[in-house]
Write a protein that binds this ligand. Structure first.
Ligand SMILES: Nc1nc2c(ncn2[C@@H]2O[C@H](COP(=O)(O)OP(=O)(O)O)[C@@H](O)[C@H]2O)c(=O)[nH]1
Ligand SMILES: [Mg+2]
Length: 315
């Protein structure tokens, strides 16, 4: 995992609402929130996203396009770039084809095995009304198992975003939609490296939770890196403390005599480690805490109405 180049895969059937989401999310975060700001070097794309974001705020949806929207973006804290990510959007094809040799499926599988985070877009309205959409959910679960893979050392944030939640008002419809996605919600709560979240999103005039899916991914990964740095710092402190006791003239002489590395030399190494990890922690701790707080704020009221089984959010 490289915090400057995180790979986020957006998965969802065509017309699930991926492009609309991207515009709403980017517009919301590019305006700046609690010291964080989303930026992109690609001015053309930024202008386009913000133009559709502004239309969305008026209740005007962009026409559906089959084009997939990719975005290279960063999240700034203060004026400094904190992390960078690539948002890759996957259209329907690979979700409906079960042939593993289909080129689009193969490409998607490759992307998924390398993904740092995945956002699954599921059209809540369609799930409630069209039984054909249920097969897609099952297929998504199969694909996601590939993303989870065997490597257990890094967390994998996976968000299930129910889109068009403004169109689903009847609790019975929500129950139907959530029953259909139960296998997916189960995977999200399955533990291991999976850090699952379930969110009801709406992008129109009364936007809901538009920042949550992306912030969940970024905050989970940043938090993990910050904890790793804290652990490294604690380890370096211990070593330095012990080695300071050991490093003296006699130790140097004995080590030289035995032909082993002296405590003084190891001390120099661990002092350098200590300095580096102090610097790393200083750069990560505060932004990670702040980002977690921003996520918490944006998450309020974002859980979908209760459905079949799984918990709304798992950590
Ligand atoms: N009511 C409602 N409709 C939405 C919402 N998001 C997307 N849509 C509709 O879904 C259509 C397809 O969305 P799009 O983002 O192009 O889907 P994509 O193929 O997954 O990128 C849009 O043209 C809108 O009409 C939403 O939050 N609420
Ligand atoms: Mg699209």
């Amino acid at each position: 995992m490289d915090l400057a180049n995180l790979r986020v895969v957006a998965l969802g059937h065509s017309s699930a609402g991926k492009s609309t989401y991207l515009a709403a999310m980017f517009t919301h975060l590019a305006a700046g929130r609690k010291g964080f700001r989303m930026v992109t070097a690609d001015r053309g794309t930024a202008d386009q996203l913000i133009a559709s974001g502004k239309q969305l705020a008026k209740g005007v949806y962009p026409p559906p396009t089959s084009r997939s929207t990719d975005l290279e973006a960063g999240l700034e804290y203060g004026r400094k770039e904190l992390l960078g990510f690539h948002w890759a959007d996957y259209r329907g094809g690979a979700l409906t084809s079960s042939a593993a040799d289909d080129p689009e499926t193969r490409k998607l599988l490759k992307r998924l095995t390398r993904a740092d985070a995945v956002v699954v877009f599921a059209d809540a309205h369609r799930l409630a009304t069209d039984p054909d959409s249920h097969d897609e959910v099952r297929r998504t679960v199969v694909l996601l198992h590939r993303a989870v893979g065997d490597d257990q050392s890094t967390p994998l944030p996976i968000v299930l975003a129910y889109t068009k939640s403004d169109l689903v008002t009847d609790p019975a419809d929500w129950a139907r939609a959530r029953a259909a996605t139960a296998p997916l919600e189960e995977l999200l709560g399955s533990g291991g490296r999976v850090r699952g979240a379930v969110v009801a999103v709406s992008c129109g005039r009364s936007p809901r939770a538009v920042a949550v899916p992306v912030l969940w991914c970024l905050s989970t990964l940043l938090g993990h890196r910050a904890r790793q740095a804290e652990e490294r710092l604690a380890e370096a402190k211990e070593f330095v403390k012990d080695l300071r006791k050991e490093a003296n003239g006699i130790d140097s002489l004995v080590s030289w005599f035995k032909g082993v590395e002296s405590a003084a030399k190891r001390l120099r190494f661990w002092e350098e480690e200590l300095r580096e990890s102090k610097e790393e922690v200083a750069g990560l701790r505060r932004p990670a805490q702040r980002l977690a707080r921003l996520l918490e704020r944006e998450q309020r009221g974002s859980a979908p109405p209760a459905g079949a089984s799984a918990p709304a959010v798992t950590r």
